[in-house]
Design a protein around this ligand. Structure first.
Ligand code: ADE
Ligand code: ZN
Length: 320
């Protein structure tokens, strides 16, 4: 675990939905689950790539119906994150994945924001919310969702881009992101997880991404690494996610140290803690045993996370 306070900048709140909460919410909402029991569900957490994970991730979201469900999920995440040492959290949610199931956007926002609003007092974790657009859905849906979020005056920190990456380049979303930026929102994008370095270039040049989520494939392109170093663009890397989604073969093969040594602004994050074997503390623990991550490296990663956050300068100063 980090020895200094740190920020988690890349986690999907729906990815904090674990088997026990899935069963509890299904019961509360009187829903039938297609699993014979907890063990049956747990046996399905073997992934071969990003899509095989996304199939289960979207299916399990069916149990999230009410504001109370979203609040319980968010509180559950914040409690665990605080215990792992997180003092500031920037959380993605996938609004399109809920409205297409008939859950009103306001219901989703009310639940998540209720928990985030109490987070600093309840858990000592300051927080912000990022709406992620689903890149494998029509661009028009993302445009509509942004319009709806703005109409509802959702108190967002910014927007992101997630879901199946290959075949859905950032270029498709140039106009949506331009509008988000013009509304004063921060912009980030998943790029270079399974997709090629070219998608990272596009996220920077066409979307104006201030941070790259994942970005591990930048190492295949020295000119891109030089650009990321030069412009001090943070990369929100998720080591356990990379192992479970077979982006890397094992934690010992993770290029985190190579990235640090290249001068990249790396941070460590959990992505989907209920699916990939643990929270951000577990990511640090496995990096310590897997690649011999040192205390000094943990310090750098912790500092990077605070500096790369969209927290106020006052909050950053408190945490640094
Ligand atoms: N949505 C949730 N987790 C994701 C990931 N690792 N990559 C892309 N989209 C996601
Ligand atoms: Zn992610």
């Amino acid at each position: 675990m980090a020895t200094t306070p740190f920020a988690e900048l890349h986690m999907h709140i729906e990815g904090a939905l674990g088997p026990e909460l899935i069963f509890a919410l299904a019961e509360r909402n009187r829903m039938h689950l297609p699993y014979s029991g907890l063990a049956d569900l747990e046996s399905r957490y073997e992934f071969t790539d990003l899509q095989s994970f996304l199939d289960l991730y979207y299916a399990n979201m069916a149990v999230l119906r009410t504001a109370e469900d979203f609040a319980d999920l968010t509180r559950d995440y914040l409690r665990r994150a605080a215990a792992a040492g997180v003092r500031h959290a920037e959380i993605f949610f996938d609004p399109q994945a809920h409205v297409t199931r008939g859950v009103p956007l306001q219901e989703v926002l009310d639940g998540i924001l209720d928990a985030l609003g109490a987070s600093e007092r309840e858990f000592g974790v300051s927080s912000g919310l990022l709406a992620a657009f689903l890149r494998d859905q029509p661009v028009h849906d993302a445009e509509e969702m942004l319009g709806e979020l703005l109409r509802l005056r959702a108190p967002l920190l910014g927007v992101g881009l997630d879901s199946a990456e290959v075949g859905y380049p950032p270029t498709l979303f140039e106009d949506v992101f331009a509008r988000a930026r013009s509304e004063g929102l921060h912009v980030v994008a998943h790029a270079g997880e399974e997709g090629p370095p070219e998608y990272i270039w596009q996220a920077l040049d066409l979307l104006g991404a201030e941070r790259i989520d994942h970005g591990v494939r930048c190492l295949e392109d020295p000119a891109l690494v030089a650009r990321l170093v030069d412009e001090e663009i943070p990369l929100t890397v998720c080591p356990l996610s990379n192992v479970r989604l077979r982006v890397v073969d094992s934690i010992s093969d993770h290029p985190l140290r190579t990235m640090l040594q290249a001068g990249l602004r790396v941070t460590v994050n959990s992505d989907d803690p209920a699916y990939f074997g643990g929270d951000v503390g577990d990511n640090f623990a496995q990096l310590r045993s897997g690649i011999g991550l040192t205390d000094a490296e943990v310090e750098v990663l912790a500092r990077n996370s605070i500096e790369a956050s969209f927290a106020s300068e006052a909050r950053k100063a408190e945490l640094l």
